[in-house]
Design a protein around this ligand. Sequence first.
Ligand code: HEM
Length: 147
Amino acid sequence: MLGLFAFAYVTLHFLNYLVLDQTFDIAGIIEDIVERPFITIGFSALLMLIPLAITSTNGWRRKLGLRWRILHRLVYVIGIFACWHFYWQVKKDISEPMIYIGILTLLLGLRLWKRYGRIRVIAKSSGSSDDEMVRQTKGPDGNLLKS
Ligand code: HEM
């Protein structure tokens, strides 16, 4: 649900840019996308959000299986692009984007720690190598098993 809210926010944000900033000037928008890096990054994030929003239902999740999980990892790239877009857009006071960058760094750090730290802890306690533990903690479909 949170992902769909993000998609709705970005769509409205884009519509605001399309209608109020650019008054449907498609050539101007293309020029912006090509020449203004912060728009390039924001627009790329919007494009990446589209397949995630479409496949956000349980039906798509079942249908795509492991590919769904791989596809939805795009959310990490989108998060980085969103913060980058905000950081580049700000002219003087970077304190607000830095707060978001800090939060994102913390969340991504926690993710990495949860994924790799846990494997190492199990490996140490059972005396297995890291590679062996990665294999052991993955199910037959290649997904990491929940502990
Ligand atoms: C994940 C996608 C995006 C996120 C999270 C995002 C977020 C933000 C944020 C937080 C700001 C600063 C606050 C504001 O003025 O509203 C901003 C500014 C801006 N964004 Fe985005 N944005 C995204 C995508 C886009 C796209 C697709 C476009 C247009 C192609 C765009 C165009 C702009 C523009 C023109 C500004 C400057 C507004 C101003 O100067 O007042 N953004 N964006």
